[in-house]
Design a protein around this ligand. Structure first.
Ligand code: NDP
Length: 290
C-alpha cells in the first residue's frame, strides 16, 4: 500500500509531474538541488519541501534529472527504506538502469527505469506516456502512482528497456526534425509559402509530431520557447547511437542525425530549446524557415 511519495528534481518535467501527486496522496515530499524551487513547489501545490533523509522514508521515490549520472550522484547520498520502489523518470542510460537496479536490490529496494514522453504540456495535463523497464511485480505496485501523472503506463521489459525505448523514440523525433528542416528549407528556396506547404504535408504522408506541432508552434513564428533543452536531445540521440553500437547494427540515418543534433548543440548556448536545431540548416543555407 503506497502512502507516501517523494519526487527528486523540480525541473521543467518534475515540477509539473509532482504537482498531480498531492491530489491522490497525503504525504508528498519534493526535493531539489536548488532548494528554493522545492519551497516554491510547496507553496504553490501543497507538497512538502524535504531533505534527502525524509525522501528516503517514502514508499515510492520518483526522480527526473538530466542524465543517469545525476541519479547516481543522488543514489550515493540516500538509502531508500527496505521495500520501497525507486521510479526514475530521467531519460537515462539502459546500462545505468541495470546497475542501479542491482545496487538497490541489495537493500530490498526495486528500481524501475520509467522515462516519459509528452513534453511539458503532457506533464502539466497528466497525459504523459511512461515506458517502464524493471521487475514486473514492482511495476504492478508502482503503476497506480504513475497513472496519476500519465495517460499510457506501458511495461516494456527488463531493466534498461524503458530507457532504450525512450532513446529510440527521441532519435526518431530528431530524424523527423532534420527531415522537416531539410524539406522546408527546400520549399523556402523555391519560393513556396511554408504555412500552405505545411497544411498539405500535415494532411499527407510526410507529417509527424514535428510538422504538426513543433514547426508551427516554435519555428515558423520564430519564438523557439524553451521546454526541452537541445543538449538533452543530443544526450538522447547519443544513447540511441550507443545502443546501435552495442548491437553492431548498420543505421546510417541514426548516426548522421545524432551528429547533426550534437553539432547544433555544440554551436549554441547550453540552454536553448531543441527546436533551434533547425537553425543549423538556416545558417548553412542562408534562409529562414518562417
Ligand atoms: P530541467 O533542466 O528543466 O531540470 C533538471 C533538474 O535536474 C532540475 O531540478 C535540476 O536542479 C536538477 N539537477 C541538475 N543537475 C543536478 C545535480 N547534479 N544534482 C541534483 N539535481 C540536479 O530538465 P527537464 O525537466 O526538461 O528534463 C529532465 C529529464 O526529463 C531529462 O532526462 C530529459 O531528457 C527528460 N525529458 C524532458 C522533457 C521535456 O520536454 N523537457 C520531455 C521528456 C523527457 P536545479 O534546479 O538545482 O538546477
Amino acid at each position: 500500500m503506497i502512502q507516501s511519495v517523494a519526487f527528486i528534481g523540480m525541473g521543467a518535467m518534475g515540477s509539473r509531474m509532482a504537482a498531480h501527486l498531492v491530489k491522490h496522496y497525503d504525504q508528498v515530499y519534493v526535493w531539489n538541488r536548488n532548494i528554493t524551487k522545492a519551497e516554491q513547489h510547496q507553496q504553490r501545490y501543497g507538497t512538502q519541501a524535504a531533505s534527502l533523509a525524509q525522501v528516503a522514508q517514502a514508499d515510492i521515490i520518483f526522480s527526473c534529472l538530466p542524465t543517469s549520472q545525476q541519479v547516481d550522484e543522488i543514489l550515493n547520498l540516500l538509502s531508500p527504506k527496505s521495500g520501497s520502489i525507486w521510479v526514475d523518470c530521467t531519460s537515462g542510460e539502459p546500462e545505468a538502469a541495470r546497475q542501479q537496479a542491482k545496487r538497490l536490490a541489495q537493500s530490498n529496494v526495486a528500481f524501475l527505469d520509467a522515462p516519459v514522453s509528452g513534453q511539458t504540456i503532457g506533464a502539466e495535463n497528466a497525459t504523459l506516456t511512461f515506458m517502464v523497464g524493471g521487475e514486473r511485480t514492482a511495476f504492478d505496485r508502482a503503476a497506480p502512482v504513475m497513472q496519476t501523472m500519465g495517460a499510457l503506463i506501458q511495461y516494456v521489459g527488463d531493466s534498461g528497456a524503458g530507457f532504450a525505448v525512450k532513446a529510440v523514440n527521441n532519435m526518431m523525433m530528431a530524424i523527423h526534425l532534420c527531415a522537416a528542416a531539410e524539406g522546408l528549407s527546400t520549399l523556402k528556396a523555391h519560393g513556396v509559402d511554408l504555412d500552405a506547404a505545411l497544411a498539405c504535408i500535415n494532411a499527407s504522408s510526410g507529417k509527424s509530431v514535428v510538422t504538426e506541432t513543433i514547426i508551427p508552434q516554435k519555428v515558423l513564428n520564430r519564438s523557439f520557447p524553451k521546454t526541452f533543452g537541445l543538449a538533452l536531445l543530443a544526450k538522447d540521440t547519443g544513447i540511441a547511437v550507443d545502443l546501435v553500437r552495442d548491437a553492431r547494427l548498420s543505421t546510417p540515418v541514426t548516426n548522421l542525425s545524432h551528429n547533426l543534433i550534437q553539432t547544433a548543440s555544440n554551436m549554441t548556448q547550453a540552454d536553448v530549446d531543441f527546436s533551434t536545431a533547425v537553425q543549423l540548416y538556416e545558417t548553412w543555407n542562408k534562409l529562414k524557415i518562417e
